[in-house]
Structure formats: C-alpha cells, structure tokens
Design a protein around this ligand. Structure first.
Ligand SMILES: [Zn+2]
Ligand SMILES: [Zn+2]
Length: 142
C-alpha cells in the first residue's frame, strides 16, 4: 500500500466508524504510515507535537488505540516494554533486536503458510499468524 492508498483507507475507516477526520488525527495517521520503526506512543508524540504543539500525550495515545480498533494500525505487543504500533497491516513477520528493540518487517511466503499444530487449532481460533525472529541487528552485533 502506498501513502495515498493508506490515506484513502484511513478516510474510509473513519467514516465507517463515525470518527471525525480532524487535522490532528490525519497527522497522527500520516506520521504513523511514514514511520518505518514500529514507533511507540512516545515516539509518535514527539513527532506530532512539532506540528501541533498543544496536543496531549493522552490524545495521541487514545487516537492510536482507536486506529488499532479500526484495524488501520496494528499493536505490536512488547515484552514488558512500551506498546509499539505498526502501520503495516498486510501479512508480514518481524525480526526483533534483543538489544536495541528495533523491529524490522520482512515477508516470507512459506512463513505466511506456516502450519498450526492441530492441538492449537482445536483449542483456539487463530486470526493472525506472525513469526517473530529474535537476535541482534547489524548495528548491535558489531
Ligand atoms: Zn539492535
Ligand atoms: Zn511490522
């Protein structure tokens, strides 16, 4: 999806969910779509406050949660770290650096088709398949 397609999806979803399209929400979403680093609320707040100096951290946080409920961003659950957001809503997988916590997207058709053990299929309804590889990124492994 390119930026225009993402913005069109944003407007469509806002209309669908009765969320008013304000300049602040548009800016938050646009910043999110441009972000390649799976930013936390804090990261996004730092970027948005430069455009809207009066915006509160809480507004940014609540806006991101609405976006995730609307399915236009994903929440990447940390492991006791800050909640991170992911604008890439297409199927993909993550490499996560254990030292600097950088999260890098990658795609793999064979991982998309990963087989779920029968026992899990019987017990749970699987809605999302994402493989997370962990290790050290190129910067940290030096
Ligand atoms: Zn790293
Ligand atoms: Zn991602």
């Amino acid at each position: 999806m390119n930026i225009e397609q993402s913005m069109a999806l944003f407007r469509e979803k806002c209309n669908q969910h009765g969320l008013k399209i304000t300049p602040q929400r548009t800016a938050i979403f646009e910043e999110m779509v441009r972000a390649k680093d799976h930013p936390s609320t804090d990261d996004l707040y730092q970027r948005i406050v430069r455009i809207f100096p009066n915006i509160s951290f809480d507004t940014v946080y609540r806006t991101l949660l609405s976006f995730s409920q609307m399915g236009i961003v994903n929440v990447v659950e940390g492991y006791g770290e800050k909640k991170r957001f992911d604008p890439n809503i297409e199927t993909h997988h993550h490499f996560r650096c254990m030292k600097c916590y950088e999260i890098i997207d990658f795609s793999s058709e064979s991982l998309d088709c990963i087989e779920i053990p029968q026992e899990l299929q019987n017990r749970f309804k699987i809605v999302n398949k994402r493989v997370v590889l962990e290790g050290l990124c190129d910067k940290c492994s030096k």
